[in-house]
Design a protein around this ligand. Structure first.
Ligand SMILES: [Ca+2]
Ligand SMILES: [Ca+2]
Length: 338
C-alpha cells in the first residue's frame, strides 16, 4: 500500500498538470457511433444456432464478432423509392427472363413477375407451394401483382426484392448486408441462448406473425395481416425493430445446413457459393434469410426465432422477403466483414 500522503501528492500533481489518474479500464477516447438509423451492436462471443429445433439450425457453434452497426428498421418502400428515383434502377422482378437463358419458355412465360402468397380457400388442399404462385406483373411497386399498390404502404418494408436488388440498394447507401452471424447476434438483443428476441416465452403482441390455421386464414390477433409499418412493435435489447417477423431479411451468407463452416471463427461469413447446399434442392446455391415473416405461424414454421433460418434463391423476389442494412462503426478501424 502507498502511504496516503503519496497518493494525495500524485493526485495534486496530476491536477496541477491538467491530467487525471486513469482508471484500470480506460473508456475509448471516441465511443463507437453508427450512421443515422443504425444501432451500435457491441459484438462479442456467442453461440449461433440452436439445438433441438430444426436440423439446419444446429448444433450451435461458437463465433466471435467485432462491433458493427445494424439498421434499426427494415428498408421501407419509401426508402427504396428514393433509390429508384435517383438511379433508375430496375429490380429483377421487373425484368423479363433472358431468352438466351430460357429458350424453351414462351414470351409470356418470360414476362416479368414474382412470387405472391394468397391464402387458400377453405377445403383447398395444401400443395407443395402452400399458397404461393407466380404472378406476372408482381414487383416491389405491386407486391401482390397488377392492381395492388404501395401507395398506402410507404412505411412498410419493401418486398419483391431479389438478393441483387438488396445489394444494389445497400451499395447506393454506402452500406452492406449483414452476415448471418451478425444478423442473429443482433436479433438476440443481448440475450444468450434464449428462444426469442425477448426471452423464452412466446408473446403474440411482440411481432408481426400469423395467427390461425396456415395457409387459410390469418386472424391478425397481433394487429396486422400482411406487412406492418416498420417499427410497429417493441424493439429488442439493441433497439432493433422487426427482427422477429414482419418480413424475412436477406443476409450476405450463402446457405449450408448447420454452422460447421462458421464454428470458432471471428467475423465468420460464408462467401463461397460453391459451399452452398440445400438438401431440398441440391445443386442450387442459395442465400440465408432470417427472422421469419407475417406468414410464420407457430403451427407451420416458427421461423421467427433468432436461430431460425431459411434458404432462398438469390434471384427470387417474394411478397414476404425484405432486408436491412449493416455498416462499420463510423470511428473504428475496419476490422470485420463489412
Ligand atoms: Ca400479423
Ligand atoms: Ca423482419
Amino acid at each position: 500500500m502507498f502511504p496516503l500522503a503519496v497518493v494525495i501528492g500524485v493526485l495534486v500533481v496530476s491536477m496541477l498538470l491538467g491530467t487525471h489518474v486513469q482508471p484500470a479500464q480506460a473508456l475509448p477516447a471516441h465511443p463507437r457511433s453508427c450512421p443515422e438509423g443504425m444501432a451500435v451492436i457491441p459484438g462479442g462471443t456467442y453461440r449461433i444456432g440452436a439445438g433441438g429445433q430444426r436440423p439446419e439450425e444446429g448444433p450451435p457453434a461458437k463465433v466471435r464478432l467485432s462491433p458493427y452497426c445494424l439498421a434499426t428498421h427494415e428498408v421501407t418502400n419509401r426508402q427504396f423509392a428514393a433509390f429508384v428515383d435517383a438511379t433508375g434502377y430496375r429490380t429483377v422482378a421487373e425484368r423479363p427472363l433472358p431468352a438466351d437463358q430460357f429458350p424453351d419458355l414462351s414470351d409470356g412465360e418470360r414476362a416479368p413477375g414474382s412470387l405472391v402468397f394468397r391464402p387458400l380457400v377453405p377445403e383447398e388442399p395444401v400443395g407443395p407451394m402452400a399458397g404461393w404462385q407466380w404472378v406476372a406483373g408482381a414487383d416491389w411497386r405491386h407486391p401482390e401483382g397488377p392492381g395492388s399498390s404501395i401507395d398506402d404502404r410507404l412505411d412498410h418494408p419493401v418486398v419483391q426484392v431479389a438478393y441483387e436488388d438488396a445489394e444494389a440498394y445497400a451499395a447506393w447507401r454506402g452500406a452492406g448486408l449483414p452476415s448471418e452471424a451478425q444478423w442473429e447476434f443482433a436479433a438476440r438483443g443481448g440475450l444468450r441462448d434464449q428462444v426469442f428476441g425477448w426471452g423464452d416465452t412466446w408473446d403474440v403482441n411482440r411481432a408481426n406473425t400469423w395467427q390461425g390455421p396456415f395457409p387459410y386464414r390469418d386472424s391478425a390477433d397481433d394487429g396486422h395481416a400482411g406487412t406492418a409499418p416498420v417499427g410497429s412493435y417493441a424493439p429488442n435489447g439493441y433497439g432493433l425493430y422487426d427482427t422477429t417477423g414482419n418480413v424475412w431479411e436477406w443476409t450476405r451468407d450463402w446457405f449450408a445446413p448447420g454452422h460447421r463452416l462458421l464454428a470458432d471463427r471471428r467475423d465468420p461469413r460464408l462467401d463461397d457459393a460453391g459451399a452452398s447446399s440445400d438438401p431440398r434442392e441440391p445443386g442450387v446455391a442459395k442465400h440465408v434469410i432470417k427472422g421469419g415473416s407475417f406468414l410464420c405461424s407457430p403451427s407451420y414454421c416458427s421461423r421467427y426465432r433468432p436461430a431460425a433460418r431459411e434458404a432462398e434463391s438469390p434471384d427470387t423476389g417474394t411478397s414476404h422477403i425484405g432486408f436491412r442494412l449493416a455498416a462499420q462503426p463510423l470511428n473504428q478501424p475496419i476490422t470485420s466483414s463489412l
